[in-house]
Every structure is written in structure tokens, then in C-alpha cells.
Design a protein around this ligand. Structure first.
Ligand code: DAH
Length: 363
């Protein structure tokens, strides 16, 4: 084989076995670059006699063309292979479940508040709010709890330091001041619920310094205890998602209602667990207090600037956390506010399913 044929075979073999673009480029420079072997041969053509050139020119030109073509083809092949590899590794499998990342959950208190708002919305109630930093008048006085009233001692109130010439401020001890604020700003008829945070200086397995209540208030003409009982029964049936809820109304005392009633629901023991529903007066049952309520005291209606001979109504209040515990089976209130992720994962709700009530009210 001639020298040029040898060189061509060697270069073509090297190009064929190069497996990176860098290697091909190095071969290109070595053959066709300024000081490359093929370039060197091409340069010799200028110093040849015409006959010699006629003889040696074609194999040298052929060498250049063959090597150039081999390099171009090899480069294209390597680029295509790199693209194929990338496409293969970056392919998205649309059938795989999406990676949603860390998932939060809806706290049982938020869940229950949503459920309550939904139930009462079906009954024509809107949601009212009021400040958590309240004054003494809205939290106590207007609710018929004057300064010297023993009921003030029942609420372990967090007071702000007294300031000269200022109203006495406190953290509201219940959601009842929202009744006052609503009656003073909204002309009746009124139908509201007021869920929110309340504060008392108290702490054990069933008490935390901050907890949640929900207040209800209806002010209209000709409202009776019968309306109250029906409303509470309808609400509790929808909330506990059972038709067999039995209520027991017991006479009680709240300064802001007259008469006042405490509302119990019947439960039955199932495997030693209290399950809400059924008549509590059975051998394996009992009664659980769930609400305070009553007909709004005329003095409260008067304090809000309304005529109690024209407007009557009922009110009720209860603990949201307690309702959540009864419905979803937690037994330590403190865990509600510890922020332990394991607890939140276990008792929390998916944001996509809220609220979970299936039938709503009066379905
Ligand atoms: N405010 C009461 C409490 O915190 C609960 C309550 C009882 C609210 C009777 C009411 C009611 O509206 O009528 O203990």
C-alpha cells in the first residue's frame, strides 16, 4: 500500500474509534489543522512538477476529502448520540404520580370552624368577628356582668396594665362580646355566629390559656326557646353527622341570658369509648354538656340600644376545641397547640377535602 493510502487508513480508523467530540477535534487538528499531516501534504503540491502533481495530486486530494468527510460524519454521530442520551435521561413519565413535596394539613380547629360556618350558613347565619383585645365594657358590663359581679371571678381574665384615663383592656375571655358589637352596629333581624380565639389564665389537660369558642346570636321578633332548641338540635345533628342526637336542656345561669339553659347531648359507650348519639338515659350511656345558651337577657338588648319589648332572641356559646375533641376523638387539648407534626399528620385534614360534611343541613 502506498504511503498516502496507509495514512488514510490509519486516520480513518482513528476517527472511527474516537468516542468523544474532543478526541475527534484533536484528530481534525492533527490532520487538517495549520500544521496537520494532510495540510503538510497539500503544501507539497505547490513545489511539484506538473507531471508529479498529476500523479500525486489526486490521492492527496482524496485523502483530504475522505478525512474531512469522516470527521464531519463522526462529529454528527457523536452529537446525535449525546442528544439521544439526554432525551432518554430527561424523559418525563407522565404516568408516574406527581411529587407534591411536603404536604401541610388543615388543623382540626380550622376544620371544625369551617364545618360550623357551613352548617350555620345553611341556616341563614353569617360569620361575625370582633377584637381579641377587648375592653371591660364589651367583655363584661354590656353582657350584664357589672364590676362587682361574681361572674367576673369565674373568668380568669388576662388584664392589660391599667393606664391613666384609659378604658380597662383585657384579652377577651369569651366570644360573647361579639354579640354586643353586632347588636350595636347591625340593625335586627340578626343571625350570626362568631368563631374565634379566647383567653383565660388556666392550663391542664382540658384547659389551655388560649382556646376557641363559637358564639351564636339570633335577634328578631317573636323568638322563643323553641327556636333555640330546634336550631341547636339541627346544628348538632349536622355536626356529628347523626340523626339520633338527643338533647337535654337543663336550667342554668348566665348573666347575659334569661332564662339560661345548659345543653347536654346523649352518648353511648361503645368499647369503653363515648360515642355521641342516642338517649343518654340508658344503662351504657350518659350525658355530655356541649353548650351554654338561653334567651338574650333584656338588659343586654337594652345595653345595645335596642327595645327589648320589640326585639328578642337567643344566644349560645361553646368551645370549638371541645367539639373537635368530641367529634374526632382527641383527649388532650394541649396537643392542639404544641405544633407536633406527628399529631398534625394524624389528626389534620387534607386541604383538598375541606369541609367534609356530606349532607349539609336539612338535606
Ligand atoms: N360566654 C359563655 C362562656 O364563655 C358561653 C355562653 C353561654 C355563651 C351562654 C352564650 C350563652 O352566648 O348564651 O362560658
Amino acid at each position: 500500500m502506498s504511503e498516502i493510502a496507509n495514512l488514510k487508513a490509519g486516520l480513518i480508523a482513528d476517527i472511527a474509534s474516537a468516542d468523544t467530540l474532543d478526541a475527534v477535534e484533536a484528530l481534525r487538528v492533527g490532520a487538517l489543522g495549520k500544521n496537520g499531516v494532510v495540510t503538510g501534504l497539500l503544501k507539497t503540491l505547490g513545489g511539484m512538477s506538473p507531471d508529479e502533481r498529476l500523479d500525486k495530486g489526486p490521492p492527496i486530494q482524496d485523502l483530504r476529502e475522505s478525512v474531512t468527510a469522516a470527521i464531519t460524519a463522526k462529529k454528527a454521530a457523536l452529537e446525535q448520540a449525546a442528544l439521544d442520551a439526554r432525551l432518554a435521561s430527561e424523559t418525563i413519565d407522565m404516568t408516574l404520580p406527581a411529587d407534591l413535596g411536603p404536604q401541610g394539613s388543615v388543623h382540626p380547629v380550622s376544620q371544625v370552624m369551617d364545618e360550623l360556618a357551613e352548617i350555620f350558613a345553611d341556616l341563614g347565619f353569617s360569620v361575625a368577628t370582633g377584637p381579641e383585645i377587648e375592653d371591660d365594657w364589651h367583655n363584661f358590663t354590656a353582657l350584664n356582668i357589672p364590676e362587682t359581679h361574681p361572674a367576673r371571678a369565674m373568668h380568669d381574665t388576662f388584664y392589660f396594665p391599667d393606664e391613666e384615663g384609659q378604658k380597662r383592656m383585657l384579652l377577651r375571655t369569651h366570644t360573647s362580646p361579639v354579640q354586643i358589637r353586632t347588636m350595636m352596629t347591625t340593625p335586627p333581624p340578626i343571625r350570626i355566629i362568631a368563631p374565634g380565639r379566647v383567653y383565660r389564665s388556666d392550663s391542664d389537660a382540658t384547659h389551655t390559656p388560649m382556646f376557641h369558642q363559637i358564639e351564636g346570636l339570633v335577634i328578631d321578633k317573636g323568638i322563643t326557646l323553641g327556636h333555640l332548641k330546634w336550631t341547636l338540635e339541627t346544628f348538632l345533628k349536622a355536626f356529628f353527622e347523626r340523626e339520633d342526637i338527643v338533647l337535654r336542656l337543663r336550667p342554668s345561669y348566665f348573666p347575659f341570658t334569661e332564662p339560661s339553659v345548659e345543653v347536654d347531648v346523649g352518648y353511648t359507650l361503645v368499647n369503653g369509648q363515648r360515642v355521641i348519639g342516642g338517649d343518654g338515659d340508658v344503662a351504657d350511656g350518659g350525658w355530655l354538656e356541649v353548650l351554654g345558651s338561653g334567651m338574650v337577657n333584656r338588659r343586654v338588648i337594652e345595653a345595645c340600644g335596642l327595645d327589648p319589648d320589640e326585639w328578642q332572641g337567643f344566644a349560645f356559646g361553646t368551645g370549638v376545641d371541645r367539639l373537635a375533641m368530641l367529634k374526632y376523638g382527641m383527649n388532650d387539648l394541649r396537643a392542639f397547640f404544641d405544633g407536633d407534626l406527628r399529631w398534625l399528620k394524624h389528626y389534620g385534614f387534607s386541604a383538598l377535602d375541606v369541609p367534609t360534611l356530606s349532607g349539609g343541613v336539612g338535606a
